[in-house]
Unconditional design. Sequence first.
Lengths: 258, 274
Amino acid sequence: MSSRMGGLMLALVFLFLIGPFLIIIAAGMSAGETLAFPPQGLSLRWFWAVFEVESFRASFVLSIGLAVGATLLALVLGVPVAYALARYPLPGGEAMSTLLTSPVIVPAIIVGLALLRYVVIPLDLGIIPALFVAHTALLVPYAVRVVSASLANLRSDIEEAAVLLGANRLQAFFLTVLPNIRNGILAAFILGFVTSFNQVPVSLFLTGPGVSTLPIQMLWYMEFTYDPSIAALSALLALMSMAIVLVAERFLGLSRYV
Amino acid sequence: MFTSRTTGLMLVLPAVVFITVGFLAPVLILLAQSLRLEDGWGIGNYLAFMNDGLGREVFWRTIKLAALVTLAAAVIGYVAAWAIVETRPERRGVLVGMVILPLMISPVARTYAWLVILGRTGFLNVLITNLGLSEEPLRLLFTETAVFIGLLQLFLPLMIISLVSALENLPRDVVPAAQTLGAGWIATFFKVILPLTREGLVIGGTLVFTGSVTAYITPAVLGGSKVLMLETLLYQRVSVANDFASASVIAAILMVTTLAANRLLRRLATPRRR
């Protein structure tokens, strides 16, 4: 394949991958009442309008809170696992890591349905705790994998040195290991946040009337309304993700962990 | 120094308890329920699902669409990954970043873009009617093609990334060597490139196939109730029909299909011994 031909092919592939975003941004800037491309006149009114919709505001706040909370809990559970996998002989090693990574291989919609039937209904759990449990379970494998990757290059002599110098094991971890895997933890946080924020299938059965995550609220809204507000909101979310990714890539080299 | 099994166990215990109670146990109970009948246990629910015309149709459509998306992603993926690997290393990083970027953006936003493009008053229909190719706007949405396009755009990046790392590890001189020895492009691809990058292809293929089988948003938005796939059918069975027996069967089918695809493709990844 000649390199010019390759360049052309690549341009087409990027047109397919990224072009649709340019189209939603343009469709969101429409001045008209219904969704159309090319837009009927240019205005930013729909970008402001989405902030006026109460259900978008409430679900945005819920989604952000859920993503932050679930990612933090997944890290609290996952960092010790990653550390144990790197440093200790584990009882039932292989089976243990299969168990801990199992949430990635189970289709998320099943997790949502199973939790609804056998945890939420029997325990009469509220919507928010239910979402919190489901999202955390899905994120633990990510936390373990990303933090493990950054622990892999860390030699164990630094903890040994710290212990020889009089620190106990816990102090040794917080003083020597944690500062060294800080970037891995931050990367895991960003990946976890984005994954939870964008997650739909696991939340499908767990959200209820009035309490919903943003992506699910958007799915509901687009079923009944055909105005440019979802285009504007999608464009805003795309820009938000791009900003997060660019900042993370610049400071952490996020793509190494994907 | 790191020999204490107890400490290791203590470190993993909270996560193990959480995953078991908040994930594994409910999922296993749900899967087991698919074998539960009104009088005892058996595969009656599965037979009922497969004898129901809709169930069978949705199952085969899901497999067919996922296979087609995987095939298309592999073909486009090789071309794109090859072109990326051919560029200078400093540009390669930017290009890989541009491939990864869409993965971080909400799939709802990514799918909605196709609604804008394929809808009745969408971009493509405006183009078609203005060019006089058709008097009436075409029905492009709620077709298998729409779902196929949406899934391909969603999962293609995963294939490209897997193939880029596979092709980066391909020794630089094997392709010129094959061509000096008289192999054409097709022979070079099937005899040299494909066997040497098989592992990357399988990793990408597994991600694309299982992702497509378990997709919810794309079939829900671009397929609607006309083009149901397993997940949208599962959702309907629970929320519209309140039919948990058949929902648990679909859940089990989804689970088995993903696991089987993982297994089968991994077996294909290990090179044959001679």
